[in-house]
Write a protein that binds this ligand. Structure first.
Ligand code: PHE
Length: 344
């Protein structure tokens, strides 16, 4: 028996499998239910008591040695398999990566911002969650103005009016913050996302993007407003684009106007975009109401100014003719890919 154990020990110690199959054969040969070690234990049953005392220990040690060898080899194999998984095959072709594209609204917004920057306007930003004062009251909205109605505004907290909290309905709120926190002159534009409680359809959405503008100094007149916006339109849509101003009403400007441009799609001949009138409205504007200046701590006897506000979606439509507003927020790559431009 001792001879057999010695022979097996030598074999086991020398064993070095080339693959997992050889290791499995080893397990079956020595450790399997019908294996050689099982055999030795069978033989052990029939030896005399003196030999039992000697061999019991030897046999158990031998079995432990064989098991330890097997476990070691198995672990080695497993880690080799793991390693080979993470090995990089340098002969594989590389993964191509697609160049992204800028969102059309982002493209057009930067175009608008750049034009005004060249005129000396700076960019100002503010919070999307606003209080009643900055979104409405400071801007001369009367208490009963319909824009305060639940139909138009997403209120986050609605109490008595004065301490309501809402998602801003326009970026005019940023104008208030700017005037309150600084001293005139001001020359700034306010790009940003705004929210209105509208049912989502091809022509309306519950959020959209605006660029508003504010210019306050001594002796600013309506002529400055017209020339600034005229220049803006020539830059954005090309020389020769016509503009016209129609009287309008906003609580925060007096006088107020809406500005139309000659239709960029049909050049005034008449099409669906301009409802066959040849003109499309692109923005609201006016001279800042003296009440607003006073609300923000600015001397309305000394300073005057103009303000304007436009929807970026509308401006983008007139460049790219996008019939359904929902496309802007659905992230359909087939739509977005069409605006491939150099990444800036
Ligand atoms: N705040 C107005 C709007 O959201 C736009 C506007 C801004 C009009 C400034 C006049 C002056 O519709």
């Amino acid at each position: 028996m001792q001879d057999q154990i010695n022979q097996y020990t030598a074999e086991i110690e020398a064993f070095s499998p080339a693959n997992a199959d050889e290791l499995e054969a080893f397990r079956i040969k020595y450790l399997g239910t019908k294996g050689l070690i099982k055999d030795l234990f069978e033989q052990f049953k029939s030896v005399g008591p003196e030999e039992k005392r000697v061999f019991g220990k030897v046999l158990n040690q031998f079995k432990q040695m064989a098991e330890a060898k097997y476990t070691d080899l198995k672990e080695n194999f497993n880690s080799e398999i793991e390693n080979s998984k993470s090995e990089i095959d340098l002969t594989l072709p590389g993964n191509g990566f697609e160049v992204g594209s800028r969102h059309p609204l982002s493209l057009v917004q930067s175009e608008i911002v750049d034009i005004f920057k060249r005129l000396g306007f700076v960019v100002a930003e503010g919070p999307e969650i606003e209080d009643d004062w900055h979104n409405f009251s400071a801007l001369n909205f009367p208490d009963e103005h319909p824009a305060r109605d639940m139909q138009d505004t997403f209120f986050i907290k609605k109490n008595s009016g004065k301490d309501d909290i809402a998602l801003r309905t326009h970026t005019s709120s940023v104008q208030v913050r700017m005037m309150e926190n600084g001293k005139p002159p001001f020359r700034a534009i306010m790009p940003g996302r705004v929210y209105r409680n509208e049912a989502i359809s091809a022509r309306a959405h519950c959020f959209f993007h605006q660029v508003e503008g504010l210019y306050i100094d001594e002796n600013v007149s309506f002529a400055d407003l017209k020339q600034t916006l005229y220049h803006f339109v020539q830059e954005l849509y090309g020389e020769g684009t016509k503009v016209r101003f129609r009287p309008s009403y906003f609580p925060f400007t007096e006088p107020s106007a809406e500005m139309d441009i000659s239709c960029t799609i049909c050049k005034g001949a008449g099409c669906n975009m301009c409802k066959h009138s040849g003109w499309v409205e692109i923005l609201g504007c006016g001279m800042v109401d003296p009440n607003v200046l006073e609300n923000c701590g600015i001397d309305s006897k000394k300073f005057t100014g103009f303000a304007f506000g436009m929807g970026v979606e509308r401006i983008t439509n007139l460049k790219y003719v996008i019939k359904d507003l929902r496309l802007f927020s659905e992230n359909d790559v087939r739509f977005l890919k069409q605006f491939k431009t150099e990444m800036i």
